[in-house]
Design a protein around this ligand. Structure first.
Ligand code: ATP
Ligand code: MG
Length: 564
């Protein structure tokens, strides 16, 4: 993977210092530790890009580790999709794909070590009682009445917890730290709970499951992680992360926190995304409107554009929302250079060139990409009957309408200058055809006498046009922060009713007839499009609009881009 980690950020400064002092013997080893309980979203993508980018920048290593310590919700479908997404984003974990559940025995042995050192005890309080004993910020908690059990009794009970002798919720194993500690996380936190549930990898082997804080540092330690990068909500848990590793005296990685990244007009919570899927607000996890990695991929985003976006927004300790146009601009910047151009008419209006010979076809030469000479040219057939965009014609135009209107010349891209002479209407008074004349002296689109033509529009030969389904997308939420709702209201109230527009019969130039699924191109003047990997077939294309050509931020509840 190319090194696209941001040139500098506070995390890299910490690592640079560690490299100088030789803290980890010059090693850098990061990880991405998802819980396999949903598909990855844009927030996860930024974390993958950060962690794998840092590993690459320091010639270090990057692990993918499933944090599958919770038996209830995990599914193979999620595991498979996460692996695919991490690879697609360029997260190169080589052969280092791990599952935290494979460490359960080691974790248990270490827990027993703490029990035997008098640093952990079996507690018979239930969850509510534990909460009541915990106290509050500024108010110390109360010791559990079971806190002073003998080491022998604790060891015996913990072993029997593991053997399955006790029902769910009846006992826990807790660290013995300090119920008056100013940091609530340090008030005798629970390490294990009893859960008689089947695990997706371990089956029924275990009926005690480790809590996140206990498990996470051990997982990092086992894998030799150097910098355990996580989001800010774990900052207050770092003392506990450190405490466990110090008590065990095992290899000790450094936890570093950064602010979660969120995107405007977007939800980044697996639970809510699942709800959108289950309730049918979208067509699945990979619906191109979803902020999931699979949704972006299907919409036509590139992994490199997502990396450029991460570079742009950087890494901070201050939570904030990035606007969609920042992401879209990163994408446009790339696609402008790489996407071949084509002509497509989304809402066709027939144009007849009354002075053009019937039955004649000319091959017009169009540049494949004006930004890239090496992309060459292609032939586009031109005939007497064409389609143009309905929106490019107005019978009664406003001022400064430079497209097609009676009596005004307009350029057909890469073809001729034409002039509208009359319109044909159906019985209901709707325009069914526009009749034009063309100027044969303007082949290629330029007038030999140098007369100025202000408007250029795209077109497709009616005889050669390839019908296609085209899907246009808009933000899934109208609110900049959909989760910021008043009591009694719900984030779903700001679902954008116009997030999807399906055009059943757009007309494409014939070069796209056999487009393979996954083909990317720019439809001139309309945006960047992507042949849907699932629904498109050569001969029956289906294109998704990845992004418009210019940003439409003003339509959305977003902050304006800076004036350039
Ligand atoms: P969600 O809130 O969607 O359920 P999560 O944090 O619970 O997300 P995990 O599977 O535990 O999901 O996350 C895996 C990793 O991704 C964690 O290290 C987490 O810190 C990171 N992560 C999750 N959301 C974001 C985000 N918005 N920005 C940056 N990193 C994130
Ligand atoms: Mg989580």
């Amino acid at each position: 993977m190319e090194n696209t980690a941001p040139k500098t950020n506070f995390i890299r400064e910490i690592i640079d210092k560690d490299m100088e002092t030789g803290k980890f013997d010059g090693r850098v080893h990061t990880r991405f530790p998802p819980e396999p309980n949903g598909y990855l979203h844009i927030g996860h993508a930024t974390s993958i890009i950060l962690n794998s980018g840092i590993a690459a920048a320091y010639k270090g290593k990057f692990n993918l580790r499933f944090d599958d310590t919770n038996p209830a919700k995990e599914e193979q479908e999620y595991v498979d999709s996460i692996i695919e997404d991490v690879k697609w984003l360029g997260g190169d974990f080589e052969d280092r794909l791990f599952f935290a559940s494979d460490y359960f025995q080691q974790m248990y042995d270490w827990a027993m070590q703490l029990v035997k050192a008098g640093k952990a005890f079996v507690c018979d309080l239930n969850a509510d009682q534990i909460r009541e004993h915990r106290g509050a910020p500024g108010t110390p908690g109360k010791d559990s009445p079971f806190r002073n059990r003998s080491i022998e009794e604790n060891a015996d009970l913990f072993e029997r917890m593991k053997k399955g002798e006790f029902p769910d919720g009846s006992r826990t194993l807790r660290a013995k730290i300090d119920m008056a500690h100013p940091n609530i996380n340090m008030r005798d936190p629970v390490m294990y709970r009893i859960l008689h549930a089947e695990h997706h990898r371990q089956g029924n082997k275990w009926c005690i499951y480790p809590m996140y804080d206990w498990a996470h540092g051990l997982e990092d330690s086992i894998e030799g992680i150097t910098h355990s990068i996580c989001t800010l909500e774990f900052e207050d848990h770092r003392p506990l992360y450190d405490w466990y590793l110090d008590q065990l005296g095992i290899y000790h990685p450094q936890q570093i926190e950064f602010a979660r990244r969120t995107l405007g007009n977007t939800i980044t919570s697996k639970r809510k995304l699942l709800e959108l899927v289950k309730e049918g607000h979208v067509e699945g996890w990979d619906d191109p409107r979803m902020p999931t990695v699979s949704g972006y991929r299907r919409r036509g985003y590139t992994a490199s554009a997502l990396r450029a976006f991460c570079d742009e927004i950087g890494i901070t300790k201050v939570p904030g929302i990035s606007d969609i146009w920042v992401l879209e601009n990163a994408l446009r910047g790339e696609l402008n250079k790489t996407a071949p151009r084509a002509m497509a008419v989304l809402k066709p209006l027939k144009v007849v060139l009354t002075n053009y010979p019937e039955g004649q076809t000319e091959e017009m030469c169009a540049a494949n990409n004006p930004e890239d000479e090496a992309a060459g040219t292609r032939k586009v057939p031109f005939t007497r009957e064409l389609y143009i965009e309905q929106g490019d014609f107005m019978e009664v135009p406003p001022k400064k309408f430079f497209r097609m209107t009676p009596g005004q010349e307009v350029r057909l891209r890469a073809a001729y200058i034409v002039k509208c002479e009359s319109v044909v209407k159906d019985a209901a008074g709707n325009i069914s055809e526009v009749h034009c004349t063309y100027d044969p002296a303007t082949r290629g689109g330029d007038a030999p006498d140098g007369r100025k033509i202000k408007g250029t529009i795209h077109w497709v030969s009616a005889k050669h046009a390839v019908p296609a389904k085209v899907r246009l997308y808009d933000a899934l939420f109208t609110k900049r922060n959909p989760e910021d709702v008043e009591e009694g209201h719900d984030y779903k109230e700001s679902i954008n009713p116009a997030s999807l527009e399906v055009i059943e019969r757009a007309m494409l130039e014939p070069s796209l007839a056999q487009a393979a699924p996954g083909t990317r191109c720019q439809f001139e003047r309309l945006g960047y499009f992507f042949a849907d990997p699932k629904d498109s077939r050569p001969g029956a294309p289906v294109f998704n609009r990845t992004v418009t050509l210019k940003d439409t931020w003003a339509k959305l509840d977003q902050k304006a881009p800076p004036v350039k």
